[in-house]
Design a protein around this ligand. Structure first.
Ligand code: DQA
Length: 147
């Protein structure tokens, strides 16, 4: 088996996060994710190879997590509103071997009560919320520190 020296980490964004930059900028900021992702790639290269996947569909998120979840070194997951509802996502995270970090741009605990409950926190390696887009960087740092 070849020895891999580069870590493979995936960032996975759920529903409505394709609209970052224009969606409720008072809460989520005015930066599109693609530009931010590029700067993250540069920051962690060549130690970490980052990939990015976004879908508005629960099943597509599950398919992607299953696809990479036995091979990648880490997954940074912002499941958007599915965080608060999806037993299927929780079961999927439980079924794979790759550690998953739950991420939120906003501090979900300072918002509406329905955002205080997460179906996935208990099966994730940890949770980072409330640091804007920087939450993703912190999650990558945590995964690197885990190695
Ligand atoms: C979010 C918080 C969720 O409650 C919300 O549904 C999102 C984004 C965040 O990144 O702050 O879509 O996950």
């Amino acid at each position: 088996m070849p020895i891999r020296t580069t870590m493979k980490i995936a960032i996975i964004n759920g529903p409505n996060l394709n609209l970052l930059g224009t969606r409720e900028p008072g809460i989520y900021g005015n930066r599109a994710f693609e530009g931010y992702f590029e700067s993250l790639c540069k920051r962690f290269s060549p130690k970490v190879e980052l990939s990015y996947f976004q879908s508005n569909h629960e099943g597509a998120l599950i398919d992607e997590i299953q696809r990479i979840g036995f091979d990648y070194d880490g997954i940074v997951l912002n499941a958007g509103a599915y965080t608060h509802t999806s037993i299927a996502l929780a079961d999927c995270i439980k079924a794979i071997s790759t550690p998953v970090i739950e991420v939120h741009i906003s501090n979900v605990h300072s918002r509406e009560e329905f955002r205080h409950r997460s179906m996935i926190s208990g099966v994730c390696r940890g949770v980072i919320a409330g640091f804007g887009l920087d939450s993703y960087r912190l999650a990558v740092e945590a995964l690197i520190g885990d190695e």
